[in-house]
Design a protein around this ligand. Structure first.
Ligand SMILES: NCCCC[C@H](N)C(=O)NCC(=O)O
Length: 492
């Protein structure tokens, strides 16, 4: 099958469809607590801070677990078995969460979310590794990566549309909405099985799956961890830029709904819609990926993306111009970054280490996002001069019908979640503008650092010529790193 053969292309894109589907469930269920925040608080009779635990139990273990996940893909399970195991964990976690909603047991919900966390991020590593191995050294790899990310973000968006509709403002329907998440995970699991079969057909069954003897004992595992210190400096700079980019994106998105209401005086519904602009904008990244495939010079694109991030946070921090301006810059910034950063990794490590490299990047990202999530919320609480009316308990106990809007956040302890209802105390549910201003200064500073790191990578790469060169040279670099792939029927 030659590279240009129609069958080869069709088969690869058929595989890409299932590569996209394997994380649909995990992206869909990740934000179920946000989409059903009020209902979940009422169902389990919990407060905002306990609700936030549904995110913490996912993020904190992933500071470490996701690296092990990537490492196990490379050295213990292999990609196919690893993907199935992580998909099982995601589905099992969601089933436990669903059962907990029927039994109204919050501790069981936390167990479910923890098990989901054990698989969720590692499944994303498996997805990136599948994408990188199926498309490595090809001219459409940026496009393929961008499609998987766009698809995943559509999964998140569908949850925000569907879950509140199923729940229909009735606590009794919350378990149904959570069970629907389990069904979506079932679809992802079935897709994973199909993908594994396709991967076997692809004819790489033994090459991609290192034998378990590679790391048969705990000491073997510890010893081969040293390999990560052999990763090139550019990969560490890429990881640093991932951290510096995703903190001002993910953490900002988690607090921006309240920030928009506080600074711009807009309604919570509008604020929530604007908060999701960055994720909807990911839908445009395949177009950008298509362009990056033609031009190469990925770091030029990530640098441009960082510059857009600086502008976005500059607008939020220092101007009173319409809130839409900053949100659109942030969305454009995300679309460019998503389409260009992740593809640089196969140019820096050989295929056999891709899982570890993606695992390392996601571990750094999770550690930074979880830590800065706490720091930013602490800063906001410290500088806040508003008296926040915490109406959650009075509302939560006010009956089975709830007055609800979706909160598109990744969880924060200051987030608002109630429209006023007869039994709720009205008043500001968000912190004062000065508190958000300090937080914004931090995001702006991190964005500037991100831009600085991108410029550093460009300078470093003028010598190496690995990740900021025309696409033909990047393809050649991947081939040089993986000489065995000469025999791969789908690559050559
Ligand atoms: N539930 C969120 C999954 C995130 C997966 C991964 N850590 C990541 O950040 N991927 C890139 C992205 O832009 O989503």
């Amino acid at each position: 099958m030659s590279e240009t053969s129609f069958l080869g292309h069709a088969f690869r894109y058929f595989g890409l469809f299932f590569i996209c589907l394997i994380t649909l469930g995990s992206y869909y269920i990740y934000d179920i607590p946000a989409a059903l925040q009020t209902g979940i608080e009422s169902l389990y009779k919990i407060h905002n801070v306990e609700w936030n635990l549904l995110y913490s139990v996912y993020s904190f273990p992933n500071m470490i677990i996701v690296f092990f996940g990537g490492y196990f893909i490379d050295n213990v399970f292999g990609l196919k078995k690893g993907a199935i195991i992580f998909c099982c964990l995601v589905m099992a976690g969601q089933i436990i969460f669903s059962v907990s909603s029927n039994l109204k047991l919050f501790w069981l919900a936390l167990v479910g979310r923890t098990i989901f966390g054990l698989g969720g991020e590692s499944l994303s590593v498996a997805q990136s590794t599948f994408c990188a191995t199926w498309f490595k050294g090809r001219g459409d790899i940026n496009f393929a990566f961008a499609i998987t990310l766009a698809f995943s973000r559509i999964g998140s968006a569908i949850n925000f549309q569907i879950s509140p509709r199923i729940e229909d403002n009735q606590v009794s329907k919350v378990p149904t909405a959570i069970w629907v998440g389990a069904i979506v995970c079932g679809v992802s699991f079935a897709s994973c099985i199909i993908l594994v079969v396709l991967d076997v057909i692809r004819g790489k069954k033994d090459k991609d799956d290192p034998s378990p003897q590679t790391a048969s004992s705990f000491m073997d595992i510890i010893r081969s961890f040293k390999d990560i210190f052999k990763f090139p400096g550019t990969l560490w700079l890429i990881n640093l830029s991932v951290v510096l980019f995703y903190v001002p994106l993910f953490v900002f998105v988690s607090i921006c709904s309240d920030f928009f209401q506080s600074k711009y005086g807009i309604s919570s519904t509008l604020a929530t819609s604007i908060a999701s602009v960055p994720y909807y904008s990911a839908v445009s990244s395949p177009i950008i990926g298509f362009i990056v495939d033609r031009t190469g010079h990925n770091i030029a694109f990530t640098t441009f993306s960082s510059a857009l991030l600086v502008v976005a946070h500059g607008l939020f921090a220092f101007s009173d111009i319409s809130v839409w301006a900053g949100a659109i810059f942030l969305g454009a910034s995300y679309a460019f970054m998503a389409a260009s950063i992740w593809v640089t990794i196969p140019c820096l490590v050989p295929s056999k280490s891709l899982g570890s490299a993606y695992g390392l990047a996601f571990a750094c990202q999770n550690a930074a996002v979880a830590s800065f999530g706490l720091i930013i919320n602490a800063v906001i609480a410290h500088y806040n001069t508003n008296v926040i009316s915490d109406s959650s308990s009075s509302c939560a106990d006010s009956g089975s019908d709830i007055n609800h809007h979706s909160n598109h956040t990744t969880g924060n302890s200051t987030s608002s979640h109630y429209e006023s209802s007869s039994s709720c105390v009205s008043g500001p549910k968000f912190a004062s503008p000065n508190a958000y201003h300090i937080a914004e200064l931090i995001f702006f500073g991190l964005s500037c650092l991100c831009l600085l790191v991108q410029i550093t990578i460009i300078l470093v790469d003028t010598k190496n010529r690995w990740v900021n060169v025309p696409s033909a040279m990047m393809k050649q670099r991947v081939k040089d790193l993986n000489p065995d792939d000469e025999k791969d029927p789908l690559i050559n």
